[in-house]
Design a binder for this molecule. Structure first.
Ligand code: ADP
Length: 475
């Protein structure tokens, strides 16, 4: 097996705030099928340490941005982890990035520079006889890995930066340069400087040997001003070293035939009981339209304000909505109000993994109205569970759903509905179409069956990553 180090700020099932964790948690098994031995460096948050065994200390650092640190190698949930134990940075309550009240930790630049620093050190020195041939960094939190690695001479592994979301640039005040051990010469427009600040993501985009993002369509979008977050020029300059590799989902965790969170089923027909249970859980009455769900962070990216305005098109036609999400307080309030105002809308504000399984299992359709979406995972869960995705035409949602256009239906390949532009008017149109299609049971069942047959695991993408790893680390 060929060694590869993955560096990520979250990793399911140990610590998760979004899709990055799912991917970081699923990649090692996917890459093992391709002959790659992936170990994952993650911060030692309390949740990570409490869920993993003692393992053994494989590296120590006297002063890692203000305190001592060590790397502990453990195996947890089948993952080979290298846990960065640095209590002064990671032993605290709240989430991975926020304090208990939801505010970003003020020392986030140093916390994730520390993660990146140790990623580069393990990349350059290995642990014991294990010497990675590739260092694969994820998002801004690991964005400084390629830069730090480049300072360690030529005899070093190649680096890859994967963008899971270009909207998070990892900004830090310019006067932290020395404290973050960044080379002064790199503080330029062609380097890690961005609007006179430091951008950890930009550093990764400049110094990585290769950049990937999580879908081919998002890779193309990043070259444009509309989606490039101010870095589209840099992305165009690096286009030859940019690829889009679609995320997969964990086919064991998300398997309607074996899912421990639900009464399992193997075909769309088995959904009936899951749907009745979901209605009961959300206190929704019987209705003759489709039961739609949303499982999402409530943020501007996800387009849920657009959904609020489009909802009458669904619920006034006998459709229903059950939403699970948390985040933006304004959106939480508006969804609660919508639920109070209409019997066909039910809302649960919170984060609940088990409930998310029950919802996708019981749903007729899953809604993903994102303004932009690097890949999106919930539409893939929907496909696997016979919950027809109704999605915005953007990013990975373009690449994973085959729309029910007249020809898509006639040729029998459609798996969902897509709307464009991302406006409430266009979404309302898609919801009206969904109600109509739902009332043609044969057509709806065909959409579900096509979706349930679609390849949504890592079968296709793991070989793509493997080919990239090979290209970047020839024997
Ligand atoms: P993002 O990473 O932008 O949040 P993705 O669709 O890539 O979006 O991944 C989101 C992941 O987080 C999915 O696994 C989804 O099921 C999960 N998720 C989001 N919100 C919730 C929630 N409120 N409860 C449970 N799971 C959630």
């Amino acid at each position: 097996m060929k060694p590869v180090l993955s560096v990520a700020s979250e990793c399911a099932p140990l610590i998760k705030t979004g899709g990055l964790a799912d991917v970081a948690g699923a990649l090692p098994a996917a890459m093992a099928t391709q002959g790659w031995d992936m170990r994952t460096l993650i911060p030692g948050y309390p949740a990570v340490i409490s869920q993993s065994g003692r393992g053994r200390v494989v590296m120590e650092e006297d002063d890692l941005f203000g305190g001592p640190a060590r790397i502990r190698a453990v195996i947890a949930d089948g993952l080979k982890l290298l846990i960065l134990e640095a209590p002064h940075l990671f032993d605290r309550g709240g989430g991975p990035y926020n304090d208990p009240s939801g505010r970003d930790w003020p020392d986030n630049p140093a916390r994730f520079a520390a993660l990146s620093w140790m990623g580069a050190r393990i990349g350059a020195e290995g642990v014991g006889r294990w010497m990675p041939r590739i260092v694969h960094a994820h998002d801004w939190q690991a964005g400084l890995v390629p830069l730090y690695l480049s300072q360690r001479g030529d005899d070093r592994p190649s680096s890859i930066l994967t963008i899971h979301n270009m909207a998070f640039l990892g900004m830090a005040p310019a006067n932290l340069r020395a404290a973050l051990r960044l080379p002064e010469s790199g503080f330029t427009q062609d380097g890690y400087e961005f609007w006179n600040q430091i951008s950890a993501l930009k550093a990764g985009l400049v110094w990585a040997d290769h950049i990937t993002t999580v879908s081919p369509s998002y890779a193309r979008e990043l070259l444009t001003q509309e989606y490039g977050a101010g870095l589209d020029g840099l992305m165009r300059a690096r286009a030859a070293n940019l690829s889009g590799i679609l995320n997969g989902i964990d086919l064991e965790a998300w398997n309607p035939a074996t899912d421990p969170h639900i009464e399992t089923y193997k075909s769309p027909g088995g959904k009936r009981r899951a749907k009745a249970a979901l209605r009961a859980e959300f206190e929704l009455d019987e209705a003759d339209g489709p039961l739609c769900v949303v499982v999402s962070r409530l943020s501007d990216q996800k387009g849920l304000d657009i959904l609020l305005d489009a909802l009458p098109a669904l619920v006034d036609r006998g459709g229903q909505l059950a939403l699970l999400g948390s985040g933006d307080k304004g959106l939480e309030t508006r969804f609660r109000q919508a639920a109070n105002a209409h019997p066909n809308i039910a809302v649960h504000i919170g984060y609940d993994e088990a409930k998310s399984h029950r919802m996708i299992a019981g749903a007729d359709a899953i809604l993903v109205p994102s303004r932009f979406e690097p890949c999106g995972l919930t539409q893939l869960y929907g496909l696997r569970y016979g919950a027809v995705p109704i999605v915005a035409y953007t990013g990975g949602l373009i690449d994973t759903v085959i729309p029910a256009t007249p020809m898509g239906l006639r040729t029998g390949v459609a798996t969902g509905l897509q709307f464009h532009p991302v406006t409430s008017h266009a979404l309302a149109g898609a919801l009206i179409d969904a109600v109509t299609l739902y009332k043609r049971p044969g057509t709806w069942a065909a959409l579900q069956k096509n979706g349930m047959r679609q390849q949504v695991g890592w079968e296709a993408s793991a070989p793509d990553y493997a080919a990239l790893y090979e290209e970047l680390s020839p024997d």
